[in-house]
Design a protein around this ligand. Structure first.
Ligand code: CND
Ligand code: ZN
Ligand code: ZN
Length: 379
């Protein structure tokens, strides 16, 4: 029985930006009050992890254990934890849900204010709510990543950042509900509220963009235009519901002009799923000038800004964004897992590679080469 004891295990530690992950032996302290220690069973690799690897998040603290798209089994719980127990299958929630704050209380909001203490949009602490870490390696404190840190055999999270899922859930698949699938799918159905017969344009065909396509299709969109500079992504996009695929490199005029021409004046819904500020403006310019809605899903580098004339909005356009596809995480994740098990949707099309956790650097190499959609690491 490991409850109450320090666990020594393997973790992929990132000692600094633009370095390979090192598989290290780390110590994971027992969970304190209102915390949960989880044995991770599977984790996906999301581009947000790569943004930290590339050093784009300027206030990020290193060394750090990344990963926020995992699934596992509760090993032990701290005092006062009531929503999960040892042995439960769980998904860590990078977007917490405390159920008490102004954000959680608002029916239309999914932003839990707890996130601000862990990692507000401007300040990433990398620590637990008591301002300490549960991870050490070679005597050094290791920071966590948005209170999930799934690139480790064991992690500790706040009880607001974990939820129990179905006992029979296939963890190697449902880990994608921890970020990629839910973020993309929810961006279409919750944030944009795509309607039957509408036209959509999806910029960026990674795990997030392809999940937006799944959402647009389920919502009944009649045209789904998939855009990527990597044509290798088109086959999968079509398989999942894209009706047309466009590579901006094949055109001389700017991509928004191409989309405007294709759609006689713009799409109803456009989605930026890259994290590129120029493409955020392109997505806005591709939307219908009066009834178009643009959703920013991609995470831009921490200090970047966008500029465009506000007149683009005066004609009636809507510009919005959101985390985790607008889902209230703790309420929605168990339902999404059950829906997946009932085959209301599939995530198999997103799963391109499966590797051992210790092959994590290979997983990131596949992402950099544009060869993978989602690589799932197993332990
Ligand atoms: P991934 O890198 O797999 O996909 C991005 C795609 O965009 C790739 O296929 C690229 O080829 C393509 N691309 C790159 N540049 C261009 C360009 N100029 N024009 C057209 N296509 C281009 O990334 P992902 O799907 O894992 O993540 C996408 C973004 O979503 C990324 O910024 C990530 O950090 C963000 C995100 C947001 C949230 C949220 O809650 N809002 C959660 N997780 C990730
Ligand atoms: Zn993510
Ligand atoms: Zn809250």
């Amino acid at each position: 029985d490991t409850a109450g004891k320090v666990i020594k295990c393997k973790a992929a530690v990132l000692w600094g930006p633009r370095q390979p992950f090192k598989i290290e032996e780390i110590e994971v302290a027992p969970p304190k009050a209102h915390e949960v220690r989880i044995k991770i069973v599977a984790t996906g690799i999301c581009r947000s992890d790569d943004h930290v690897l590339e050093g784009l998040m300027k206030d990020k603290k290193y060394p750090v254990i990344l990963g926020h798209e995992g699934a596992g089994i509760v090993e032990s719980i701290g005092d006062g934890v009531t929503n999960v127990k040892p042995g439960d299958k769980v998904i860590p929630l990078f977007l917490p849900y405390c159920g008490k704050c102004r954000g959680c209380a608002e029916p239309k909001s999914n932003f839990c204010y707890t996130l601000i203490s862990f990692c507000s949009i401007v300040k990433l602490t990398g620590l637990m709510s008591d301002n300490t870490s549960r991870f050490t390696c070679k005597g050094q404190v290791i920071y966590n990543h948005i209170n999930t840190s799934t690139f480790t055999e064991y992690t500790v999270v706040d009880e607001s950042s974990v939820v129990k899922i179905h006992d029979d859930a296939p963890l190697e698949k449902v880990c994608l509900i921890g970020c990629g699938f839910s973020t993309g799918y929810g961006s279409a159905v919750n944030l944009a509220k795509v309607e039957p017969g509408s036209t959509c344009a999806v910029f960026g065909l990674g795990g997030i963009g392809l999940s937006v396509i799944i959402g647009c299709k389920i919502a009944g969109a009649s045209r789904i235009i998939a855009i990527d500079v990597n044509s290798k992504k088109f086959e999968k996009a079509k398989e999942l519901g894209a009706t047309e695929c466009v590579n901006p490199k094949d055109y001389e005029n700017p991509i928004h002009e191409v989309i405007m021409n294709m759609t006689d004046g713009g799409v109803h819904y456009s989605f930026e799923c890259i994290g590129n500020t120029d493409i955020m403006v392109s997505a806005l310019l591709s939307s219908h000038l009066s009834c178009g809605t643009t959703v920013i899903v991609g995470v831009s580098p921490s200090l970047s800004t966008i500029s465009f004339t506000p007149r683009l909005l005066l004609t009636g356009r809507t510009l919005k964004g959101g985390l985790f596809g607008g889902f209230k995480s703790k309420e929605s994740v168990p339902q999404l897992v059950s829906d997946l098990m009932a085959e209301k949707f599939k995530v198999d099309g997103l799963l391109s590679h499966k590797l051992l956790f210790t092959e994590i650097n290979k997983g990131f190499e596949l992402l950099h080469k544009g060869e993978s959609i989602r690589t799932v690491l197993t332990f």
